[in-house]
Write a protein that binds this ligand. Structure first.
Ligand SMILES: [Fe+2]
Length: 383
């Protein structure tokens, strides 16, 4: 038996235009797009009331799951409950495919162990198998290559086919995101409540770890990902030298380049340039690096990610065109759907066209905020 749903009276956001009409979903896929009012059609369907229908959002880097599992220092929540709470939050924000970022290699920012991280990954896997989830979940390993335990933690994911993306990051002071030590102090000294003297000792230790571990760990993980077909991302690249290294290691996605120079070099090398949706909304990076709006206006932005605020992804799609001249709604929507899907090889989704998965979001914009009214994954309502 075929299951068919018709969504009438919608503003359908296609890859390069917006069409007013109806969308036909059949057996979990998009079966047809019909422009204009449905004239005396015998089909019954749902009236979308002129709302937008956009492709389900594809999120490549959300840090949000860990917070549901470890909501306070030393507190650990049931990992399945944490996955469900996170899943509900992303789905109601219009995200139908999510790569949950899990850390590999613990830096000083982490209150978690690699055993905690494996527990979370197991809870995701179990929840997918038991059909508990609204969104389609995959794993993004955030590999802190400066950390001494990075490779040991990475080995916990040997043979784990849910891993689709791995990013190579180095958050030691003086590196990339924290070239400026004042920004680093603002971020960590206050967070860790260290005196100036202790902070200096701490910085020296982190810099020594980075000098010792980063290059070999980067090379080992890059080679393993190439072999396993896991897409590689660079993280916080600041210079063309960083980008050269990324090219050599087979990186396909440049996550959060911190300068225009690095973004341009990454783009020229054919990488997808990813920036944070919170950066778009705020008009600046939280650590003082290049603005995502600047990169968008220079044609250097491909992918947006919600980073630390799940709802920011859909907000940025409906906001980017208001603050950056020349960006249409279909272009902004592609940055949160087609472009991230393509970057990790999920070519069955990410755009509204016949034959793609019926991963869809009904949205009405109310007082500049996109209101997510309905979400479908493979034609099934999930939020
Ligand atoms: Fe970073």
């Amino acid at each position: 038996m075929t299951a068919e749903t018709v969504l009438h009276n919608a503003r359908i956001v296609l890859a390069d235009e917006i069409v007013e009409g109806s969308l036909v979903l059949r057996d979990g896929f998009i079966a047809g797009i019909e422009a204009g009012a449905s004239s005396g059609s015998s089909r019954t369907g749902e009236d979308m009331g002129g709302d937008y229908i956009i492709p389900g959002l594809v999120e490549l880097h959300t840090d949000h799951l860990e917070g549901h599992y470890a909501p306070r220092p030393k507190v650990r929540w049931n990992p399945i409950a944490a996955v469900l709470a996170h899943d509900a939050q992303v789905a109601t924000a219009g995200i139908t495919t999510v790569l949950d970022a899990l850390r590999v290699g613990m830096d000083e920012d982490a209150d978690l162990t690699s055993a905690d991280i494996r527990k979370l990954a197991d809870a995701i896997e179990d929840s997918v198998k038991q059909d508990r989830l609204r969104a389609d979940h995959f794993i993004h390993l955030r590999c802190e290559v400066s950390a001494p335990d990075c490779l040991r933690a990475f080995a916990n994911f040997d043979g784990d086919e849910r891993v689709k993306l791995a990013s190579l990051m180095d958050h030691a002071p003086g590196q990339r995101q924290f070239v400026n030590l004042e920004t680093y102090a603002y971020y960590y000294q206050r967070k860790l409540k260290l005196t100036d003297r202790d902070f200096k000792v701490f910085c020296e230790k982190r810099m020594a770890e980075s000098a010792r571990n980063s290059a070999p760990n980067r090379a080992v993980i890059a080679a393993a990902c190439q072999e396993r077909g896991i897409v590689l991302a660079s993280h916080d690249d600041a210079t063309s030298g960083h980008v050269d290294e990324a090219i050599e290691q087979g990186v396909r996605v440049a996550e959060f380049p911190t300068t225009e120079e690095a973004a341009r070099a990454s783009k020229e090398a054919g990488m997808g340039v990813l920036m944070g949706a919170p950066n778009v909304m705020r008009g600046a990076s939280h650590s003082g690096n290049v603005s995502a709006r600047t990169l968008a206006s220079d044609g250097l932005l491909d992918i947006l990610s919600s980073d630390y605020i799940p709802f920011s992804l859909i907000q940025s799609a409906f906001f980017l065109g208001d603050v950056v001249e020349g960006i249409s709604l279909p272009q902004a929507v592609a940055m949160v759907s087609k472009n991230p899907a393509d970057a990790v090889g999920l070519t069955d989704r990410g755009v509204i066209e016949q034959g793609r998965r019926a991963d869809l979001v009904r949205v009405r914009v109310d007082d500049h905020v996109p209101v997510v009214r309905t979400v479908w994954r493979q034609g099934r309502r999930v939020a």
